[in-house]
Design a protein around this ligand. Sequence first.
Ligand SMILES: Nc1ncnc2c1ncn2[C@@H]1O[C@H](COP(=O)(O)OP(=O)(O)OP(=O)(O)O)[C@@H](O)[C@H]1O
Length: 476
Amino acid sequence: MQPSDAPRAVPSLGRVVAVHGSVLDLAFPKDALPALLEAVEILWDGPERLIAEVQLHLDPETVRAIALQASSGLARGVAARATGAPLTAPVGDAVLGRLIDVMGTPRDGGPDLPADGPRLPIHRAPPSLSQRSPKREPIATGIKVIDLLAPLARGGKGAMFGGAGVGKTVLVMELIRKMADLHSGISVFAGIGERSREGQELWEETRASGVLDRTALVFGQMNEPPGARWRVGLTALTIAEHFRDAAKRDVLLLMDNVFRFVQAGAEVSGLLGRLPSRVGYQPTLASEIAELEERIASTEGAVVTAIQAVYVPADDFTDPAVAELFSHLDSSIVLSRAMAAEGLYPAIDPLTSTSSLLDPLVVGEEHYRLAEDVRRTIAHYRDLQDVIALLGIEELSAADRLAVKRARRLQRFLTQPFAVTEAFTGHSGVSVPLADTLAGCRAILDGVGDDWAESSFFMTGTLDQARARETEGKRG
Ligand SMILES: Nc1ncnc2c1ncn2[C@@H]1O[C@H](COP(=O)(O)OP(=O)(O)OP(=O)(O)O)[C@@H](O)[C@H]1O
């Protein structure tokens, strides 16, 4: 939905005629009804400035709007002023090193942003097809399983999918650390509907990585009204687009958690009185997701690389919101509860995680074949798991036993200690160059570690480190 631009008398003053939680009905003079998506300021004496965004025209004199801040205590009859413009976000250098909310108000306890600084509307059309750059090249993150099986694309979109507590946030934080070295551009972080504690951790993490001065953090957390959680992603995107278009700087856009954006949209839809669609989601699910995802685009001048975390409700990957998000991505990293339960972190499922870059023309024939071989070996082991549980491994053929042995070693080799979990795992974080990841997996498939203890591969970096651990283990 784009803002309509029908001419009308401004400024127009109206009043609140009904309040249903975050949804406000506002009456205006007949010839001065605010447009759809226009921002309306409620002139109340509440704790903070209250802005609402027009969503529906109910009749020639009444609009229904969604509040972006808490509206409790708001009474009927309070005056409202149509601003004549959509919501805007502050853009440019002023937001770097700052933590702001959906409206661009600083939440880090620091000074206000300059009042005359540049601002842009948060609703914009995505770049046209001819302005987009189709170039995608893999980024080596140093995380073995990602680089091997689901490479992330520079200038592309990647997402981490997982149920509650399987490690999405840890993975996002680790990627921020790794990207601090790999990415010299601007980072924009959108914290959507997650816990405030996680926002705090992220702020600390960004500071610790030394990238705060080129990072903007935009938060609409769990405790904020649905309007704020619904629009905060667009605020972050507007900031990212400005750096891409005006400053021609590469942008790393991180979003945690896109599912909360969908959920906020569902809450808004219900509050506006729309009938729910499949599984209770809003009828506009696909278009809302597309509105957000299609704007994450790279142009010829500069690229936007997006990394998103997606919560999967009840571990159900057929959930309509999750299924819809999948279709917008270049790389999908799927986190598995079974692997997390076994302590195989990062719990990235090697069989269901994919990337459009895993193509011989992009990563090369050798990498592609190796990834296929690793997948095949692990898939074969999974097929045999029921038989092993029932009859024991001794009942398998010699060839199957060998495959199981290698698959288990590969699974362990693909685990890796993270820098952000050092404090509670006791292992210091490692980064593995792609060539070492490929060489290690090839060697395991060729049987190099057949006689080594499985534990030698667990939470290591390169194969040489696993070998060193094996030798140490034997000596000890
Ligand atoms: N790479 C890892 N190494 C060690 N432990 C990990 C790792 N990843 C996750 N964990 C463990 O799993 C826990 C949950 O991880 P995290 O908070 O990232 O999950 P989440 O998927 O973001 O959860 P939620 O949906 O609740 O936000 C961590 O506190 C940690 O104990």
